[in-house]
Design a protein around this ligand. Structure first.
Ligand SMILES: *Cc1c(COP(=O)(O)O)cnc(C)c1O
Length: 216
């Protein structure tokens, strides 16, 4: 099936419940153009060098989302154009994003990445550290925290995934109920976005279901 058809199928499935971020990491400019030409304007990447390169070659009305682990020393390369950073998980990174955002005279929207999976390889803030972490971000004037991101365990056990999404949704609801700025829950990928949407996701990050299997 073509990229265009896949996007259209997913959009028909999720309707207006969630925003679709097309995860274009490892994909070529041509593949991204094909998605763009079908009306997809939001793309997610996980490597700074790749997102900078693609941003410079593709149309200016694309919204770029940084969804992968972000090193402090690379924030400066994306601060001028990034629309949403999904992977804020430590104070030192918040400080650097705030500093670079000031330099660019921008306020950068961020999601706090919460570690919900039991796998060690995943980044993210421990759920028990969330409240203190969130409070400590109040001083950063050029950071705008608008929600949470999470990645479920890579497993075919639906109950495990469901439980992990419920966990992050509870944290999300606690803040969203008192702070209207908190409005994005970024959970759900190719294999689990249906479970995520049942659990209140309003932003899904889908790569392989749109573009086909990646080689890593
Ligand atoms: C690669 C990636 C995705 C998309 O994964 P698919 O299984 O290809 O849909 C989503 N979120 C993050 C953080 C990723 O790194």
């Amino acid at each position: 099936m073509s990229i265009e058809q896949q996007i259209s199928n997913i959009k028909n499935e999720i309707l207006d419940k969630a925003d679709l971020i097309a995860v274009s990491k490892t994909r070529t400019i041509q593949e991204i153009e094909e998605a763009y030409n079908s009306g997809q304007l939001k793309f997610g990447e996980n490597r700074v060098q790749e997102i900078v390169d693609k941003q410079s070659k593709l149309p200016g009305d694309i919204e770029w989302h940084m969804i992968g682990h972000l090193q402090k020393n690379k924030v400066k390369y994306i601060a001028g154009f990034i629309n949403l950073i999904h992977s804020l998980d430590r104070i030192s990174l918040a400080k650097e994003i705030d500093k670079q955002a000031k330099k660019e005279d921008r306020i950068i929207d961020c999601l706090i990445q919460i570690k919900i999976s039991k796998e060690d390889s995943k980044f993210g803030l421990k759920i028990e550290d969330f409240t203190d972490f969130y409070k400590s971000l109040e001083t950063f004037e050029n950071l705008n925290i608008i929600g949470l991101m999470g990645m479920a365990t890579f497993t075919s056990d639906i109950e495990v995934i469901d439980e992990e999404f419920k966990m992050i949704k509870r944290v999300y609801d606690n803040v969203a109920s008192i702070n209207p700025k908190f409005r994005v829950l970024s959970i759900g990928m190719s294999d689990d976005y249906n479970i995520a949407i049942k659990n209140g996701s309003n932003m899904i990050r889908v790569g392989s279901k749109i573009f086909g299997k990646r080689n890593y």
